[in-house]
Design a protein around this ligand. Structure first.
Ligand SMILES: [Zn+2]
Length: 296
C-alpha cells in the first residue's frame, strides 16, 4: 500500500487531486430543508414516492434563535460545518505522501482512478455514443465509475434488471470484465420500497436515469402541477449551466425523480444504520445520475 501510494507523490494525478480539492465548489453552502408531508406511511414503490419540501426558515422561525452566535442559519449550512475538512486540507496542502493509514486505501483508489480516467471515460462514452440501453449504461457506470472510487471496487447491480450484460459492454481494450449482479432491495412492503440500480460497497445506493426518464407523469406518477410550480420557484432549481447538459440535468431535477431519490436516501440511511451501528451520525449518500450528470 505504502509503495503504491508513494509512486503518486509529485505526480500529475496528485496535482489533479490538489486542484480539485482547492476548487471553490467545495465551499458550496448546503440548503436546509425539511419534509412538510410525504406518503412514507403508504406501501408505495420508490418511483411513486411523493414528498413536499420546505426551506427550514419557512417552517421553523425559532431555529435562528436557538443557533444565535453560530454560523449555522435556518436557511443554509456551510459545507465545512457538515464535513470534516482536516483530511481534505492536508491532501490539498501536502499531497498524498503523508496520509494516515486509515485513509490510504481511499486515497489510493482515487489516485488509480485519476491515472486511468481517460480509459474509464472512453468506456462510458463509447456506450453512450452507441445509444446503449439503461442496462448497458448502468453496467458501464458501475464498473468504470462508481466501483473505481472505492477500495476493493465492490458493487452489485440489481439482478432483476432486464438485459443486464454478463460482461462490461464498453469494448475497451483489456475490459470485458464480469458485471456483478445481486439483490439491491431496500425498504419494506409496508412503506417506501423497491430495488435501487446499484449498491456500492453494500452501503451507497445509486439510481441510473435515462435522459428521457421522468418526463411523463403518465408513466411515472409524480407531484401535481401545482407542487412542481411551487418547487421550481425555489432556489433549488436556480443555477447556471452548460446548455448542452441541460437536458440531462433537467431529467434529474424532475420532481418525481427528486422524490424517488429522497425516498431512497432516507430508506437507505435507516437500513444502513440498523445494519451497522457505527454509521450512526454519518451522512450516507444516495446518488442519482445519468451518463452526464450526478445528483447526491
Ligand atoms: Zn468496460
Amino acid at each position: 500500500m505504502d509503495d503504491d501510494l508513494k509512486k503518486f507523490v509529485g505526480s500529475h494525478e496528485e496535482r489533479l487531486l490538489q486542484a480539485a480539492l482547492s476548487s471553490s465548489r467545495l465551499k458550496t453552502d448546503l440548503i436546509n430543508i425539511v419534509i412538510k408531508s410525504c406518503n412514507v406511511l403508504k406501501p408505495v414503490l420508490f418511483t411513486h414516492a411523493d414528498v413536499v419540501l420546505e426551506l427550514m426558515n419557512q417552517c421553523d422561525k425559532e431555529f435562528d434563535k436557538d443557533q444565535e452566535g453560530s454560523e449555522l442559519t435556518a436557511l443554509k449550512i456551510s459545507f465545512e460545518k457538515v464535513f470534516s475538512m482536516d483530511i481534505l486540507k492536508m491532501l490539498s496542502a501536502s499531497g498524498v505522501g503523508d496520509v494516515d493509514d486509515e485513509v490510504k486505501p481511499a486515497v489510493l483508489a482515487i489516485m488509480n482512478y485519476l491515472h486511468n480516467i481517460e480509459y474509464h471515460q472512453n468506456a462510458i462514452y463509447s456506450v453512450k455514443r452507441k445509444g446503449g440501453d439503461t442496462a448497458s449504461v448502468t453496467a458501464v457506470m458501475a464498473h468504470h465509475l462508481f466501483s473505481q472510487l472505492i477500495p476493493g471496487n465492490k458493487y452489485w447491480i440489481n439482478n432483476r434488471s432486464r438485459n443486464l450484460p454478463n460482461v462490461c459492454p464498453c469494448q475497451q481494450p483489456n475490459c470485458g470484465k464480469e458485471i456483478k449482479a445481486g439483490c439491491t432491495a431496500l425498504g419494506s412492503g409496508e412503506t417506501w420500497h423497491g430495488y435501487v440500480d446499484i449498491l456500492i460497497n453494500d452501503t451507497i445506493a445509486v439510481s441510473v436515469m435515462k435522459d428521457s426518464e421522468g418526463t411523463s407523469d403518465d408513466v411515472n406518477p409524480g407531484p401535481s402541477a401545482q407542487k412542481q410550480l411551487r418547487r421550481c420557484s425555489s432556489s433549488v432549481s436556480q443555477y447556471k449551466e452548460d446548455p448542452r447538459e441541460r437536458h440531462s440535468r433537467d431529467c434529474l431535477l424532475k420532481m418525481n425523480v427528486i422524490d424517488q431519490l429522497i425516498a431512497e436516501t432516507i430508506t437507505n440511511a435507516f437500513s444502513q444504520m440498523n445494519l451497522t451501528k457505527s454509521l450512526t451520525g454519518w451522512p450516507i449518500p444516495t446518488i442519482g445520475c445519468t451518463v452526464d450528470q450526478r445528483l447526491n
